[in-house]
Ligand binder design. Structure first.
Ligand code: AMP
Ligand code: MG
Length: 396
């Protein structure tokens, strides 16, 4: 009965309740880009660790302001320890950006503001006392929290913590994912098409929609609609994966074996069939620490389920607190009438603050999906959504 099916909202909250985070791993920082941190990190150093010149110029003592010529006694390049340099009255030292300012200097004069005369300089413009020096610990103090558990290690954050001396860190690892493509009619697109067959294409949509996982852990399997062999593969080859995604074979046809396999092989069903179009036969279940999705084979249905359900589940496993697919509210350009009372995801294009629902909405077709930049979500609680009405749209 259609009325007994779980709703889209119900299915999403079941996924949220049932999917746990993967066990954190101690990672080298070179492998941590894009991962979510599983610990609070503290800085190992002050940053800057010493008083640093912010300019190419001359380090001086401000009290010498007014002296006609300053005597140059040497230079400090970046990376040089300047702690033994002692400026006396009327002396200056050449200095470069990032270099250590000697303790006896309190100001750096920009090189543009002096005239160089052999071993002396004449200062044309004196800046304020303390100018062009980055104080020690100006940005960060040793021991300060520099990133929190749950933070995403985006390029800036990764670089920030690397600069504070962090080399290993606890992170949620990338999920290991198996994609199992079922269907005896499916051929590789490098082959001549045989009568009765079609080119296999869901593997491209499914793997392409999964972001932030390693190719090495995103494995494709291909199965004919043959029960015995499929059971064998399920029993022996899929155990090491955190998430298994079946494509096809979950409907009610005589050759749809996936539901039977999942039932027989002690997968705990969380839900099967969602009150939605496309993607009604979606299955979600668990086996030990593994999450299993079975998507209907119709291409638009499979990809819709990836965006709405599977990718959020994968992001949650990998520690993302903000794991849902991003949505935006837009106003309908045309009135839409629904039949059947199911929620619908419609291929659409955003146009400013409005949204255009495209032609070719069949779940068997990808033509409109290929043009779409969002999916309009209509919850199906009413038969008609009026032009101008604000609707939720999933961004693709
Ligand atoms: P199924 O859910 O297995 O009954 O498949 C539903 C429809 O989707 C059938 O027309 C299949 O031929 C088609 N289909 C299933 N899997 C794929 C795939 N991997 N690539 C392209 N079409 C598929
Ligand atoms: Mg099939």
């Amino acid at each position: 009965m259609e009325a007994d099916l779980i709703t889209v909202e119900g299915a999403l909250s079941k996924i949220e309740q049932n999917v746990s985070l993967l066990a954190p791993k101690l990672m080298s920082i070179k492998d941590a880009g894009g991962l979510v941190l599983a610990e609070d990190l503290r800085s190992k150093i002050n940053m800057p660790p010493f008083r640093q010149s912010a300019m190419d110029g001359y380090a001086v003592r401000y009290e010498d302001k007014g002296v006609e010529h300053l005597e140059l006694i040497g230079e400090v390049a970046a990376g040089v320890d300047a702690s033994s340099i002692q400026l006396k009255q009327g002396q200056a030292v050449r200095i470069f950006t990032g270099a250590m300012v000697p303790d006896s200097a309190d100001t750096v004069i920009r090189q543009e503001d002096i005239v160089h005369l052999d071993s002396r300089i004449q200062v044309d413009i004196w800046p304020k006392c303390g100018a062009n020096i980055r104080p020690e610990a100006e940005q960060t103090s040793k021991g300060e929290i520099i990133a929190k558990s749950g933070d995403v290690l985006n390029p800036a954050r990764l670089s920030y913590v690397a600069g504070m001396g962090v080399s290993n860190l606890w992170c949620y690892p990338k999920a290991k994912i198996a994609v199992v493509i079922t269907g005896s009619e499916l051929q590789r697109n490098t082959e001549e098409l045989r009568p009765g067959c079609i080119y296999e294409s869901n593997s491209y949509a499914i793997t392409g929609s999964i972001k932030n996982v390693d190719n090495q852990y995103l494995k494709l399997f291909y199965l004919n609609d043959e029960l015995r062999l499929s059971v064998e593969v399920f029993k022996t080859q899929l155990n090491e994966y955190d998430c298994v995604i079946f494509s096809g074979g979950i409907s009610v046809g005589d050759y749809d074996f996936v539901a039977q396999i999942l039932d027989d092989e002690s997968v705990e069903k969380v839900f099967y069939k969602v009150k939605q179009k496309p993607g009604k036969p979606l299955f979600f279940g668990k086996r030990d620490q593994q999450y299993i999705f079975a998507l209907p084979g119709n291409p638009a249905a499979a990809l819709t389920c990836m965006y709405v359900y599977v990718n959020p589940a994968i992001r949650k496993m990998m520690g993302w607190s903000d794991f849902h697919t991003e949505t935006i509210n837009l106003s309908l350009k045309e009135t839409i009438e629904l039949k059947g009372g199911r929620s619908q995801f419609l291929k659409a294009r955003q146009d400013g603050a409005s949204v255009d629902v495209l032609e070719y909405q069949s779940s068997a077709m990808l033509k409109s999906f290929a043009e779409a930049d969002c999916l309009v979500y209509l919850n199906g609680e009413k038969p008609c959504y009026q032009k101008g009405e604000i609707v939720k749209c999933y961004k693709l």
